[in-house]
Design a protein around this ligand. Structure first.
Ligand code: HEC
Length: 272
């Protein structure tokens, strides 16, 4: 009982503690909220289509997306004709011709997204020796997931202290209050979000880097949020199905508990 009283008092005390906000906090990346969060979270299809436009218009110049096929774009609202047109802009290796020489053909909807470089060496050669990673599972591969990628894309040039953050891009704890000292090497950019602070990717986004079909204003944070949502979908296209099934399973279990309880009362009615 005493333990309980102390615990409650401690919990109440926590509520009144001043939040640990320092002057540097103001410089932290703006946390993003995602439509796909929470048990009822779903994708915002319009946002995913904008995100695809950012990927196609900017990121696809360096980053492959090998696990996604053109026909998957149907899931985010593109029509078959649109998808055929998008695919046909790319070339893929075709069957050998009669002389056995290699040929190429236009990509079709069942092809996977065609990578920008023929192989890793070509990719490195074009990027100062750094390899742009495949983005298919990027949001799953990094601690902080979508929050990290969003913060990375929007923190170029900001001098931030080192910190850890959660999936919303919210700061969990400052590891070191001082900005990282930096001397940039060739082809390296300062980005406090990247481990070590030096990244071999030049700031990919700038205002109006693309023109959205739906006329949304293409600011850096807007494009970043959209492309990150798109990459989240690319890494986890089953999110909505999974959540729907989860909610159904919980409802079923609640119902079942009720039935079993009623049944137990009936069976034991004579005994009590
Ligand atoms: C001009 C080429 C180029 C473009 C365009 C580009 N990137 Fe990169 N990107 C790179 C390179 C090179 C790296 C590897 C950086 C390193 O290892 O230092 C990289 C790394 C990354 C990483 C991994 C960071 C990490 O934690 O390892 C992410 C995420 C990323 N890019 C996202 C994007 C997104 C999203 C876009 C489009 C908005 C984009 N990039 C556009 C070249 C590019």
């Amino acid at each position: 009982m005493r333990g309980l009283v102390i615990l409650t008092a401690a919990a109440a005390g926590l509520l009144f503690l001043p939040p640990a906000i320092s002057a540097e906090k103001a410089a932290h990346p703006e946390p993003a909220r995602w439509s796909f969060e929470g048990i009822f979270g779903t994708y915002d299809k319009a946002q995913l289509r904008r995100g695809y436009e950012v990927y196609a218009g900017v990121c696809s110049g360096c980053h492959s997306l090998r696990l996604v096929a053109y026909r998957n774009l149907k899931e985010i609202g593109y029509s078959v004709e649109q998808i055929e047109k998008i695919a046909a802009e790319k070339e893929v290796p075709g069957d050998p011709d009669e002389e056995g020489e290699p040929t190429t053909r236009k990509a079709i909807p069942s092809d996977k997204f065609v990578p920008p470089f023929a192989n890793a060496n070509a990719a490195r050669a074009a990027n100062n020796g750094a390899l742009p990673p495949d983005l298919s599972l990027m949001v799953k591969a990094r601690l902080g997931g979508p929050g990290y990628v969003h913060a990375l894309l929007t923190s170029y040039g900001k001098k931030l202290p080192k910190f850890e953050m959660d999936a919303h891009g919210k700061i969990k704890k400052d590891r070191d209050k001082k900005p990282i000292p930096f001397k940039m090497g060739d082809g390296l950019e300062y980005n406090p979000l990247f481990p070590g602070g030096k990244i071999a990717m030049a700031p990919p986004l700038s205002d109006e880097a693309i023109e959205y079909t739906d006329k949304t204003k293409a600011t850096v944070p807007q494009m970043s949020r959209d492309v990150v949502a798109f990459l989240q979908w690319a890494a986890d296209p089953w999110l909505e199905d999974r959540k729907r099934l989860g909610v159904k399973a919980i409802l079923f279990l609640i119902l079942l508990s009720g039935l079993l309880f009623a049944w137990k009362r009936k069976v034991w009615a004579d005994v009590h």
